[in-house]
Design a protein around this ligand. Sequence first.
Ligand SMILES: Nc1ncnc2c1ncn2[C@@H]1O[C@H](COP(=O)(O)OP(=O)(O)OP(=O)(O)O)[C@@H](O)[C@H]1O
Ligand SMILES: [Mg+2]
Length: 373
Amino acid sequence: MNQMSATHQFVAEPSVSVRDLDIAFGAHKVIADLDLEIARGEFLVLLGPSGCGKSTLLNAIAGLIDIADGEIWISGENVTWAEPKDRGIGMVFQSYALYPRMSVEQNLSFGLKIAGLPKAEIAARVEKAAALLHLSELLKRKPAELSGGQRQRVAIGRALVRQVDVFLFDEPLSNLDAKLRNELRVEVKKLHQQLGNTMIYVTHDQVEAMTLADRIAVMRSGVIQQLGPPQEIYRRPVNRFVASFIGSPGMNFFDGEIVGTGDGLSVALKGERVDLSRYAFADRPEPGRKVAFGLRPEHIAIAGARDGQVAATGPVEIVEPMGADTIVWTRYAGQPLTIRTDGESRVRAGDTITFSFDPAVACIFDAANEARL
Ligand SMILES: Nc1ncnc2c1ncn2[C@@H]1O[C@H](COP(=O)(O)OP(=O)(O)OP(=O)(O)O)[C@@H](O)[C@H]1O
Ligand SMILES: [Mg+2]
């Protein structure tokens, strides 16, 4: 599967379709020929490093920026030239710009008043959103009297009361401390389960992406590198960029070369050789191909080899206890190797350990173009 076809997935009943999208700021092309279809009720996460174009894409869907070319469809309508308010979307930003002089209740109801909804309808919607977001007790307070997490819930509430089909979130939790972020992340997931709306959620946090998404679109320099369910992105990353963006600690990479013939291929690493008869190649390489051999820290065991596994020994350089797990730093094939082992591990710096892995769960990438082999 090449990188283009990996992102050209069409869904049966699209809620949002982005077709052939081009966006440029002056001469600077930020997004080129981007296609993306999001199913009704899907939770889609746009994931990528700072500056890759996540907010630009979201803002284009919202109608907040001009596009150079392409079309945007929402709920079966071409909204490419529609005003943001006419697109049937609700948006939550990283900086939750609440009206400081208004109470929570007024913040929630303001947009509906402007839209001219009847009073009873407004009250019902505010009550429902407040209950969903645990804000019912706080309706009379001003934003200054709320915690960061509560303020962010009000910001989400302002999008909720609009009762739209599609919610757009741009890093809504990134201003919160780690504990609050985890709590609100679970609430966002619950909210999605209860409401069943389409959600497009921008983040550069891989944990948020993995835990929330039905599908993740991993972006780099304005191009979707891979689009798929979290487990697929984790297990079968299409290139080295995607592989290194997901997982913590990150995947270990070793420089190597494919050797052998026919079915009997191996990878020669510095001073080591790994038999690849158990590795399912997506794109079978010829001997002599330079590759990067990738191993996730959690796929390596501090134990001898069992069937089909590869074992090696190495010096323990650093041990990082993390509570539930321990990260052990050793060396393999002349390069550093991190191993994620259990929290009860008694391994100490200075020990020599035997470790093993199954080549079937490795990831092998072409050294030059970084595509998965
Ligand atoms: N209004 C603008 N004018 C010029 N360049 C812009 C503008 N907005 C964004 N860019 C550029 O477009 C690129 C994509 O920006 P964007 O804000 O979409 O990134 P992002 O993926 O959301 O990053 P972050 O995670 O930092 O929010 C960047 O190179 C940025 O500098
Ligand atoms: Mg952004």
